[in-house]
Structures are given as structure tokens and as C-alpha cells.
Design a protein around this ligand. Structure first.
Ligand SMILES: *[C@@H]1O[C@H](CO)[C@@H](O)[C@H](O)[C@H]1NC(C)=O
Ligand SMILES: *[C@@H]1O[C@H](CO)[C@@H](O)[C@H](O)[C@H]1NC(C)=O
Ligand SMILES: *[C@@H]1O[C@H](CO)[C@@H](O)[C@H](O)[C@H]1NC(C)=O
Ligand SMILES: *[C@@H]1O[C@H](CO)[C@@H](O)[C@H](O)[C@H]1NC(C)=O
Ligand SMILES: *[C@@H]1O[C@H](CO)[C@@H](O)[C@H](O)[C@H]1NC(C)=O
Ligand SMILES: *[C@@H]1O[C@H](CO)[C@@H](O)[C@H](O)[C@H]1NC(C)=O
Ligand SMILES: *[C@@H]1O[C@H](CO)[C@@H](O)[C@H](O)[C@H]1NC(C)=O
Ligand SMILES: *[C@@H]1O[C@H](CO)[C@@H](O)[C@H](O)[C@H]1NC(C)=O
Length: 531
């Protein structure tokens, strides 16, 4: 129940921080795409559930006890020393000989993810079934786990996918866990299981490819394994699964916006900008049209247990007129335009932008703005964008001509690549060519969609906006086998990580049960070895 409320709240949450809005998905600017991130799940507090106890009744430290691991700053140059990497751990389900279940939330501050130690999530369910202990490890360059005291380009030199993979290996091989025999459970001495979702789901797959046999089993949820620069596919599952009236009307409005904004008619452009009060964004019509992606991005916060969210508030605003819902084709352009503008002006803009003016909240053309230049730590958007600009892309654009689109085609990779030069001018000079993410190298190094690794379970959801970068992408037909399973629910992004989602959606439950069933024999087959 607590979890359910937690997810519902996070689906709707819009935290206003000073002049800048921190939108749902933790974005620091309302025209930046959301990260492919794992939903937060918190553990029950001592007040809610009593103390944590081991199988024999020993009282254990509370779930929120923070531990620190001395991680290498640079795996290519260990002489540079170590930094403190935060982790959380429990052995409530542990029995001698059991596995160690390791999870990282990936590109977020790990506070708020303590539920991933417990059976509120698939990790904890694996630990419970297998008599294992569970770990949540904060990823380098997020939260308070930083190799250097800032997020400058010089510091970010050691922020790469490979360093993150090497962190997992070095952690598993060297950590002294705060549990019985905690210095004798390294891989080789005990079976390890790696679990991740979204980017960390991809990291799970990439790690299994890069470090075969380090982990005896792995579970990758909504894993965005294939790096894609022009990731217009983000909006395709949304287009497909949103109410058809809403989809039809959004397509009509976007087609109109693109047509008017591409015309030379000053009067028509100004009139259209005014619908959303966007006049001050001129001359940057791409910012204005791109801002409308926000209403679609809200889809990412949905889960089977979250119920009604901001996304559906938006569709209701477009489709319910005088208490009557439109049929499957919607009300048409004129009503949709006015309804979208009125929802935006009166409800949505204040939620997303707070008191901020349009240019500060939605503009992307001022290279001196604080969100580009502030290099203080614990800014996940900045750390993630470094990986985006260098290694994975995932720019969320309009569909190519010839495909239906619910977002503007005026926003194309050059729009995002230009922003890479604002975030990281020392790496990507503003007067040089636009930086193109090296996605081919990434896919070549870690196999992308074409990963074939035994004892790695892929879990996906049909309604996940990140599905097109996973092994469940449209047009791919990857087989599912007992050693390399691929299970797809009707869930959204990472829905199968949460126990609560399995309780309300039987397709999610089925994926979770298939995984638990597969992992048992994989771990039973484990044998000690020299690592
Ligand atoms: C852990 O949670 C308890 C509430 O259950 C709180 O009193 C305590 O300050 C928290 N400790 C940390 C380290 O956050
Ligand atoms: C109970 O479990 C704890 C932790 O697993 C262990 O240290 C302790 O020796 C156990 N006690 C008994 C009586 O088994
Ligand atoms: C989940 O774990 C708690 C202990 O943390 C236990 O009381 C509860 O029964 C478990 N739930 C299920 C469904 O096994
Ligand atoms: C977990 O431990 C229990 C004893 O507490 C044992 O009966 C069971 O077989 C163990 N399960 C696994 C998967 O090792
Ligand atoms: C039309 O929109 C309403 C309100 O969002 C929605 O509840 C309904 O399912 C939609 N109907 C169709 C056929 O798309
Ligand atoms: C949105 O606000 C602007 C500025 O007040 C106004 O001109 C416009 O008509 C509003 N849009 C709608 C659809 O009411
Ligand atoms: C329109 O934008 C102006 C300038 O940012 C602002 O003062 C005004 O309140 C906005 N009006 C509406 C209806 O949002
Ligand atoms: C992140 O950067 C923004 C500037 O865009 C700043 O306002 C905020 O304080 C930073 N957050 C932290 C935790 O430092």
C-alpha cells in the first residue's frame, strides 16, 4: 500500500526548486528529455514495519544505513586512488552459501531506492527465494558517489560506461560486506546476481557481455541495450497505447504546428504561439514546438499501480467536452488546439515551470544559463547528458516524414547536439562541428540488441516508451530460450521491478514468476572457482 502511494505520488510529483523546476523524472529544465531511469521504491521504515531481522531473529541495521566502498577513481590508472562509493545492504534473507544480489539504480542519486533491498522489488524477491543478501550501489557520478568534487569536463573524463562496468567488478571482488563471512563472499566464493532497470538494465547486459562469468545470473528490466542517436522511437509505444482520440488530436495539432512554424506567415506563427503563451520563445520555434513534448513525456511515469497520472489529465483536457468524451477520432484540430492551450496555460505550465518565465524554463539557446554551467555534484541531468552526448544518444525527436508523429519534426538530433556544446564546451567546442554520439562504438563493444548471454533474463513492457531500444523493439524478433529468456508484459517502464505492479497486473506477475523460476536452477548450477 505504501509503495502504491509512493509510485502514485512520484507519477504526479513536480517539485519546484527556486527559479528552476525539477520536473517529474527529475529533469532540471523542462525542455530536456527525461532519463531512462528506474522508478524509486522506498523500504518500510522501522516505525512502519519494526526492525529488520535476519532469518534467525537477529536485529539488523535499518535499511537506510549507508555504507561506503573505496572505489578506484580510474580503472585504467589505479594509482589515482579511490573515492567513496555509497551502498546499502541487508542480509535479512541470507543463509550461509546464499547469493549476493547487486542492484544499481543507475543514473540517479540512490536515496529513495532502499526498497530495492526488500521484497517490494524483484531484487528482494530474488534474495528472499534464494536466501541471498541484497545490495543497492550508487553509480559513479550520481548522488554523493563522485570520483572528483565536481562535474566538470576534466572530472567527467572518468565517467564512461566501461568505468561503470569496471566499478561493478571491482566492487564485487573487493567489498567486505557487513554480514556474516562478509569477506568470503566474492564471486568465485559465492554466486552473484546483477539486477538493473532502464539504463542500469542496459548496464547489466553490457556487464555480462564485458565480464562473462562474473555474475552467475542477471535480470535486466526495460534494458535500453541498443544505443540510438535519433531515438524518435521513444514516442511510438505512447502513440500506439494512448487513447486513440487523444492520439488523433495530438497528431493533428503537431502537424498544424509544424506546418505553420515552417511557413513564412508571421501572422499565423504569432497567432499559434499565443495559444500556449509562447510568444517570448521567438525566434526559437523549435523550443516552442519541442516544449509540447512535456505532455507526452509524462507517460514515462505511468505504472500499472500508479493509476491516473498527469498524462491522462492531459488527454481528458483534450477529449472531454462538456462531460462528453470524443469518439476514437477525437474532436479535431480546432477544439484540440484551444483545449491544449487552455490546459497548458492554466494547469500545466505552473506545474512544470513554477514562477519561471518561458525562456528560462523552456528555452535552450542561452549558453550562459546555470543549468549548463553549474558543475556542482548531484546533478543527475548533467552526469547523464555526458553519457548521452558521448556514448548513447537517445535524443527524443519527431518521427521521420512518412511515420505518424505525436511530437514535432522540427526537433532533430542537431537540436540536442547543439546543447551538448553548451553543457560541455571544453569537450565539444561551440565553434566546431556538432558532436555526434559514438553509438556505433558502444553497440560494437557491448553487442547492443544482439547480446547473446546465458543466464541473463530480459524483462520488458509493451507500453514502455524505451521499448524501441530494448530487445522487445518493433521489427526485432529475438527468440526467448530457457538460458536466454525474453519476457514481455503489458507493463510500462521497468514495471516488473516492483512487486506492487505484479499485484495489479497479471502479465507483470507472470514475468516476475518466470524470472524467479529461471534464476533458481541457474544459481543451483553455480560452483566455486578461482576468480
Ligand atoms: C533512517 O530512517 C529513520 C526513520 O525510520 C530515520 O530516523 C533515520 O534518521 C534514517 N537514517 C538515515 C541514515 O537516513
Ligand atoms: C544468527 O544469524 C546471525 C546473522 O546471520 C549470525 O551472526 C548468528 O551467528 C546466528 N545465530 C545463531 C544462533 O544461529
Ligand atoms: C516480505 O518480507 C517481509 C520481511 O521483510 C516479510 O514479513 C513478508 O512476509 C515478505 N512478503 C512476502 C510476500 O513474502
Ligand atoms: C533457503 O534456506 C532454507 C532453510 O532456511 C532451505 O530450506 C531452502 O532450501 C533454501 N533455499 C535455497 C534456494 O537455497
Ligand atoms: C477518449 O478520451 C477519453 C478521455 O481521455 C478516454 O477516457 C477514452 O478512452 C477515449 N476514447 C477513445 C475511443 O479513444
Ligand atoms: C494562453 O494564454 C495567452 C496569454 O494570456 C492567451 O493569449 C491565450 O489565448 C491562452 N490560450 C488559450 C487557449 O486560452
Ligand atoms: C503569459 O506569459 C507572460 C510572460 O511570461 C506572463 O506574464 C503571463 O502570466 C502568461 N499568461 C498566462 C495566461 O500564462
Ligand atoms: C543542479 O544545477 C542547478 C542549476 O541548473 C542548480 O540550481 C541546482 O542547485 C543543482 N543541484 C544541486 C543538487 O547542486
Amino acid at each position: 500500500m505504501v509503495l502504491k502511494l509512493g509510485l502514485a505520488a512520484s507519477a504526479l510529483a513536480v517539485f519546484v526548486l527556486g527559479a528552476h523546476a525539477l520536473t517529474s523524472n527529475g529533469r532540471i529544465h523542462a525542455n530536456f528529455p527525461p532519463r531512462p531511469s528506474v522508478p524509486k521504491v522506498s523500504a518500510p521504515t522501522v516505525e512502519e514495519a519494526g526492525p529488520v531481522t535476519s532469518r534467525n531473529g537477529t536485529v539488523l541495521p535499518p535499511y537506510n544505513t549507508t555504507y561506503y566502498f573505496d572505489q578506484l577513481i580510474d580503472h585504467n590508472n589505479p594509482s589515482l586512488g579511490t573515492f567513496k562509493q555509497r551502498y546499502w545492504h541487508t542480509y535479512e534473507f541470507y543463509e550461509s552459501g546464499g547469493p549476493i544480489v547487486l542492484f544499481t539504480p543507475g543514473e540517479s542519486n540512490a536515496d529513495g531506492y532502499s526498497g530495492y533491498l526488500t521484497n517490494r522489488t524483484i531484487n528482494g524477491q530474488i534474495a528472499q527465494q534464494q536466501n541471498g543478501s541484497a545490495i543497492v550501489l550508487e553509480h559513479r557520478f550520481y548522488g554523493l558517489s563522485n570520483p572528483y568534487p565536481d562535474l566538470s569536463v576534466a572530472s567527467l573524463k572518468v565517467h564512461t560506461i566501461q568505468q561503470a562496468i569496471d566499478d561493478l567488478e571491482y566492487f564485487a571482488k573487493n567489498v567486505k560486506l557487513p554480514q556474516p563471512n562478509g569477506d568470503k563472499v566474492a564471486p568465485g566464493q559465492a554466486p552473484w546476481v546483477l539486477v538493473g532497470g532502464s539504463y542500469s538494465g542496459a548496464l547489466t547486459s553490457w556487464t555480462v557481455v564485458n565480464k562473462p562469468n562474473l555474475f552467475q545470473a542477471a535480470y535486466a528490466s526495460s534494458a535500453v541495450v541498443e544505443s540510438i542517436t535519433d531515438y524518435w522511437g521513444y514516442f511510438q509505444p505512447i502513440l500506439e497505447y494512448m487513447p486513440s482520440n487523444c492520439s488523433a488530436d495530438v497528431q493533428a495539432v503537431i502537424a498544424h504546428v509544424d506546418s505553420v512554424f515552417s511557413s513564412k506567415s508571421e501572422a499565423a506563427i504569432n497567432e499559434l504561439l499565443l495559444v500556449w503563451n509562447f510568444t517570448t520563445l521567438r525566434p526559437h520555434l523549435d523550443d516552442a514546438a519541442g516544449a509540447l513534448r512535456n505532455n507526452l513525456w509524462d507517460w514515462q511515469s505511468l505504472s500499472p499501480s500508479s493509476g491516473y497520472g498527469t498524462f491522462f489529465e492531459f488527454c481528458d483536457a483534450l477529449e472531454v467536452k462538456n462531460g462528453v468524451s470524443a469518439g476514437p477520432k477525437g474532436w479535431g484540430l480546432q477544439h484540440a488546439l484551444q483545449a491544449w492551450g487552455s490546459f497548458w496555460n492554466n494547469t500545466y505550465y505552473p506545474e512544470v515551470c513554477g514562477d519561471s518565465d518561458q525562456v528560462s524554463c523552456l528555452g535552450t539557446y542561452d549558453p550562459t544559463a546555470a543549468y549548463w554551467t553549474d558543475t556542482s555534484i548531484d546533478n543527475a541531468s548533467r552526469s547523464w547528458t555526458w553519457i548521452v552526448c558521448n556514448e548513447v544518444g537517445f535524443f527524443q525527436e519527431g518521427a521521420p516524414k512518412g511515420h505518424p508523429t505525436i511530437v514535432t519534426r522540427l526537433v532533430q538530433p542537431a537540436y540536442d547536439e547543439r546543447q551538448c556544446t553548451y553543457w560541455f564546451p571544453e569537450a565539444f567546442p561551440q565553434n566546431g562541428p556538432l558532436p555526434v554520439p559514438r553509438v556505433d562504438e558502444t553497440n560494437k563493444a557491448y553487442d547492443g540488441w544482439f547480446v547473446q548471454a546465458d543466464r541473463l533474463f530480459f524483462a520488458n513492457g509493451h507500453r514502455d516508451p524505451w521499448r524501441e531500444a530494448t530487445k522487445a523493439a518493433d521489427g526485432t524478433h529475438f527468440p526467448s530460450t530457457s538460458q536466454q529468456p525474453l519476457a514481455i508484459s503489458d507493463g510500462f517502464h521497468c514495471s516488473d521491478l516492483s512487486t506492487a505492479n505484479g499485484k495489479v497486473d497479471e502479465t507483470v506477475l507472470s514475468v516476475q514468476q518466470q524470472a524467479l523460476k529461471a534464476i533458481g536452477p541457474w544459481l543451483a548450477a553455480w560452483k566455486p572457482s578461482a576468480h
